[in-house]
Design a protein around this ligand. Structure first.
Ligand SMILES: [Zn+2]
Length: 313
């Protein structure tokens, strides 16, 4: 008798003939361990949740296996484990895997029955194929329950999974935006852009009325116009990256580093550079605190650069 969760994973199994039972422990969608009485088997899985190897309590390798893209197991492992490609229970006797709603043939790469979920306007091409598996892209997608494909991505050591594209496209978009942002901020961190002062792409600016961020529509329009022409003043990006589509009006010199209240100008900033600036302002302020009064020369440095804002381009 088997007990599965709503996530389609097998959690507990009882052998009714012998009365012995087994618990299955997961990390995300990947099986981490089988616990049977006092003995534990550890599993080592790929991002899609397919076990590649198992070790025992003393760390000895028990078996190792690998798969073709659609899940055909290439080397026999053990009969002890029954969950294989993407962690689904596989019945050796019939050569099929149990995906919950449907049986799947990893040799054919096709389900054995039509999708119980109807054709979906949001997945026009792939949901026409009523037997298809994981949008015909088994390296990128998994199918947690035999109904709807989901993404399996490893990023930054985290397993981001269970994002049903067609069930929760907004979640996918959010994840995508998060990844893009992480990649972008990593890239920018490597470039070591300096946001404390008008950047390499700074062209026109408008005077700031003060350090407040209470921008008028006219000010926003003007900043967007400059941003549309010459891009983010730090990185040159022509897309603001903000939800509203507005460039962030960036005070230069940066308000937090302008204690004397010197006149400031507004330049268009993209969302990434604006975030990077947050960190750079914090670290600069920390440095200033350490160095004491003399560090104000750094601020006048950026002020000096602000003075050259009418760069020829
Ligand atoms: Zn930028």
């Amino acid at each position: 008798m088997a007990f599965s969760g709503a996530d389609g994973l097998l959690y507990h199994e009882i052998d009714l003939a012998t009365g012995s039972s087994e618990d299955f422990i997961y990390h995300g969608r990947s099986k981490l361990a089988d616990i049977q009485g006092s003995s534990t088997t550890w599993y080592h899985s790929d991002p899609a949740g397919s076990p590649l190897a198992a070790t025992n309590q003393s760390g000895t390798l028990l078996w190792r296996t690998h798969y073709r893209p659609y899940g055909e197991k290439l080397v026999g492992a053990t009969t002890e484990n029954t969950q294989w490609f993407t962690g689904k229970p596989h019945e050796d006797r019939i050569g099929l895997s149990d995906y919950g709603a449907r049986w799947y043939d990893p040799v054919l790469g096709r389900f054995m029955a039509i999708d119980p979920v109807d054709w979906m306007g949001r997945n026009t091409i792939h949901s026409f194929n009523r037997y298809g598996y994981a949008n015909s892209n088994p390296l990128k997608f998994i199918d947690p329950d035999g109904k709807v494909p989901a993404l399996a991505i490893v990023f930054g050591g985290k397993l981001l999974e269970q994002i049903a594209i067609w069930g929760g496209r907004s979640a996918l978009v959010a994840i995508g935006a998060m990844l893009a942002e992480e990649i972008q901020s990593d890239a920018d961190a490597e470039k070591n852009v300096d946001t404390l002062g008008p950047g390499d792409y700074a062209d026109a600016s408008i005077p700031a009325r003060g350090p407040e961020r209470d921008f008028t529509k006219e000010e926003r329009d003007k900043i967007n116009e400059i941003g549309g022409k010459t891009g983010c003043h730090t990185c040159g990006e022509k897309k603001s990256g903000t939800k509203s589509g507005n460039f962030v009006p960036d005070h230069q010199p940066v308000s937090a580093l302008n204690p004397a209240g010197k006149p400031q100008s507004l330049y268009p900033h993209c969302i990434q550079c604006s975030r990077i600036q947050g960190g750079q302002v914090r670290s600069q302020k920390a440095k200033n605190t350490k160095l004491g009064e003399h560090s104000t020369s750094k601020e006048t440095g950026s002020e000096g650069r602000a003075g050259t804002n009418a760069k020829a381009k």
